[in-house]
Design a protein around this ligand. Structure first.
Ligand SMILES: C[S@@+](CC[C@H](N)C(=O)[O-])C[C@H]1O[C@@H](n2cnc3c(N)ncnc32)[C@H](O)[C@@H]1O
Length: 371
């Protein structure tokens, strides 16, 4: 990928290396962190070099009468106006420049006190655009934004302080081909979604390969989000219990389960720390009153925590389960958690998935089995 803003825009910090060199660097970094626990060959899953991001957020820069997209400067000093962004997927690329021209042509209705634009798009050419304002949105705004929906063939939402205006939907519908099947996922504007759909598919398929090796018993998942891993992995287990802290994501997960006609998953809104308390029997939750926790016999657990990694209670809980799939967006906290987990388990497989090309961020995963 080449971009005229490389070296100035803070969004892509690894612009000076070729894509192959970046990937090598990430592989070496994860390999070095995992060496104390595992000396095998990392599997490496690359990304398309351009048009890979299905989520993007731009600030709006106002100068004279005009608006432009802007990003933070690479040296964290102010903003750079953006004239191209080749990392966004085609369904964003096709709309974002037309949108900007429409906003600029709209006098004040769409433009006044607009401070940010967020795009959430799919590989099936759906796109949800959220316009964020420092002013209250009225009917005139809704009417003009509704016209924009038709002109750009997208969904539009408006947000300002304590106000959310949904003109059609607040989600997009993604369809991903995973392990020979097509899965449908509703992805909500305010819920977590994996940013790179091509790499997401490779990551889920890697987890499916590990699940197939177990192929029996019940499956526990924490940090399940909208059911990204849960739905495809559910085929390889008897019963599934999947938990997540976000109400919005659990709502999406329940809908996704129905849409895909899957009947063996129970989703519960629980922080990982609460899930541990519930499964250890130290605290009762009214949210779990219809779930017989004692009926589960977990052979496998999947965790996919935020950058901070796992808390001590969750580590202790999953140390009792025979197989662990640990997906991580921070190899440093993964390595920290493996110090404890490898007292009870051995690492059988490890992989790097390049969710975030042209940045230092790296996603990795390990598959562990009880000693
Ligand atoms: C890296 S995302 C992974 C989501 C999902 N596995 C996916 O692939 O889309 C982490 C998820 O953990 C959730 N989360 C954050 N803190 C949590 C906590 N303490 N307990 C449970 N879930 C949490 C977030 O809402 C988010 O959905």
């Amino acid at each position: 990928m080449d971009c005229k803003h490389f070296g100035i825009c803070g969004s892509c910090g690894l612009y000076m290396l070729s894509y192959a060199e970046q990937l090598k660097q990430k592989e070496e970094k994860v390999s070095a962190l995992l060496t104390p626990f595992w000396q095998g060959k990392l599997e490496v899953f690359d990304s398309p070099d351009a048009h890979y991001r299905a989520r993007a957020e731009f600030r709006i820069w106002h100068e004279d009468e005009r608006c432009d997209y802007a990003m933070g400067n690479i040296e964290k000093k102010g903003a750079v106006t953006i004239k191209e962004c080749p990392k966004v997927i085609e369904s964003i690329e096709e709309r974002m420049w037309k949108l900007l021209e429409k906003i600029n042509a709209s006098q004040d209705v769409l433009k006044q006190r607009l401070f940010s634009v967020e795009f959430l798009a799919t590989t099936t050419d759906e796109c949800l655009v959220t316009l964020l304002y420092h002013r209250k949105l009225d009917n005139t705004w809704s009417q003009e934004a509704k016209l924009l929906e038709t002109e750009l063939n997208c969904k539009i939402m408006g947000r300002s302080r304590k106000q959310k205006v949904i003109l059609s939907d607040e989600f997009v519908t993604e369809k991903l081909d995973i392990d020979g099947k097509t899965f449908t996922y509703l992805q909500y504007e305010s819920g977590f979604t994996q940013p790179n759909p091509a790499v997401n598919v490779k990551m889920i398929e890697w987890a499916v390969v590990q699940a197939k090796k177990v192929g029996h018993g019940d499956f526990l998942e924490s940090y399940c989000g909208l059911g990204n891993f849960t739905l495809p992995l559910s085929h390889y287990f008897d019963k599934v219990l999947a938990t997540e802290i976000s109400k919005r994501s659990i709502h999406a997960a329940l809908q996704n389960c129905k849409l895909n006609d899957i009947n063996n998953i129970t989703f519960a809104r629980l922080a990982s720390e609460e899930m541990t308390e519930a499964l250890n029997g130290v605290r009762e939750f009214s949210r779990l009153k219809d779930i017989d926790l004692k009926s589960y016999d977990f052979s496998t657990v999947l965790v996919d925590p935020p950058r901070a990694g796992l808390d001590e209670g969750t580590i202790a809980l999953i140390s009792n389960i025979d197989h662990i799939i640990y997906i991580s967006c921070n190899p440093e906290t993964l390595a920290r958690d493996l110090e404890t987990l490898t007292k009870t388990h051995v690492v059988l497989e490890a992989a790097v998935y390049d969710q975030f090309p042209h940045t230092e961020h790296v996603e990795s995963g390990v598959f562990l089995q009880k000693r």
